[in-house]
Design a binder for this molecule. Structure first.
Ligand SMILES: [Zn+2]
Ligand SMILES: [Zn+2]
Length: 68
């Protein structure tokens, strides 16, 4: 048995806990499904690991912003 450190809800295994964590960490990587607490964490992860920006997020690529 494992329990969530955020809300103390009990889960039968670690995999279920990981799924549950998405509730608390809504910023999910669309490539590897890792989750992050903040949007900037996700963006940093995406840029460093996948070499690109996430798709459906409320910001535009840095290159586009700089052109304007
Ligand atoms: Zn929880
Ligand atoms: Zn990822």
């Amino acid at each position: 048995m494992v329990f969530c450190p955020y809300c103390y809800k009990v889960h039968t295994n670690y995999w279920r806990l990981r799924l549950h964590w998405r509730m608390h960490e809504p910023f999910e990587c669309d490539v590897c499904y890792d989750t992050f607490k903040t949007l900037s964490d996700l963006r940093d992860h995406h840029i460093s690991l996948h070499r690109e920006l996430p798709f459906d997020l409320p910001f535009r690529p840095v290159s586009v912003e700089r052109e304007e």
